[in-house]
Design a protein around this ligand. Sequence first.
Ligand SMILES: *[C@@H]1O[C@H](CO)[C@@H](O)[C@H](O)[C@H]1NC(C)=O
Length: 412
Amino acid sequence: MSANGMSNASVSVIAAGAFAVGGLFTAAFMRKKQPPSFPATQGTKNATPAIAYPKYNYTGDPKGSFMAVCDMLIDEICAELPVKYDLPAKETQWVKDMLEYNVKGGKMNRGLMVVDAGVAILASQGKTPTNEELSQLAVLGWAIEWLQAWLLVADDIMDSSVTRRGQPCWYKKLEQIWYIAINDAFTIEAFVYKMMKRHFMTHPQYIQLMDLMLESTLQTEMGQLSDTLCDVLGLKDLTPERWELIVTYKTSFYSFYLSVAFAMTFCNIKDKAAFDAAREILVTMGVYFQAQDDYLDCFGTPEQIGKIGTDIADKKCGWLFTKAYHQLANDDQKAFLDKHYGNCKVGSDEEKAIKKLYADLGLPQLYAEYEQASYDKIMSMKGSKEGAVLAKAGVPWEVFEMFLQKVYKRSK
Ligand SMILES: *[C@@H]1O[C@H](CO)[C@@H](O)[C@H](O)[C@H]1NC(C)=O
């Protein structure tokens, strides 16, 4: 027998082993890719196939690539509605126009952050994201943007707002059929779950991603409730503590925590302590962001913020008001607020007088100090136990710093 020879027996053992390994691989692959079955909702009509992901140019054109995924999502929905949901052409066109009007035109900070955070986490794991991974992160980003879109459609009705993102609010645009906007808000919400199902049904973290979206939606709704219930509260109840509760729920969870939690979940991070640490940092950031939003509602120009501020007319529990009323105003100034806060029209002399009162009380200066203190507090978390837990779980600090750069000292 030659030195490099092999007996027939040993060749066949190797071949059988290779076959068995190949078989296992195939089985694992099939298990992962085989879509689950949903007998109660599948119906008799087949879903239209997913459209192929467009080429994602993350380094050269991050915004354009992200937008292209939104167009794909709208196309998928509009292709499926007539086939699986019997929707006539006119209604399908309504859905398309309604989505184009409401889901686009924002700064997309929340959505883009999912992609940026995902890329940063994958890079720290030594991985370069594939086109599919980038596109799927973008789908999660759009899930947040669409959540935001339906919340804004509803919020503008609840607040009687006039403009949004530099154009008429959707319900205002519809004029005498404004009430369809209520159904449109619910419809966009339903599409969020539809697109998550379409793109993540076979993803190992599908149920975690879905749970995150459901919980964040409930948190936001409870924040919206606390916010709108201010209508029937007295001014003495609109305290700084209540303000912090409202903004934590109505803004921080879905605008800050959700983006990073989606990216972490997508990247298979399962360490609860890491999610808790991320939440701690991002909720702090969100509270600061909302203080800024409240400040700009009063002192930003409509060109800057793309809307006309209504917080004073709407008796909002805003950052400026809670500081003015509970910490800074004298008895005469409080009496003036008692008489006119939430009891004046947008652009009226009384509203202007309240803005002047805020300025006289030194609120712009106080806000600038608060902004600096918030920034310092967040940056100090890098070296804290939160920072250490995150680093250990593979979430690099740059994720949080990127987020902070996007919102700190923004003017719109
Ligand atoms: C990515 O975008 C940049 C900037 O627009 C462009 O120069 C580059 O050619 C694009 N790359 C690909 C692969 O399309």
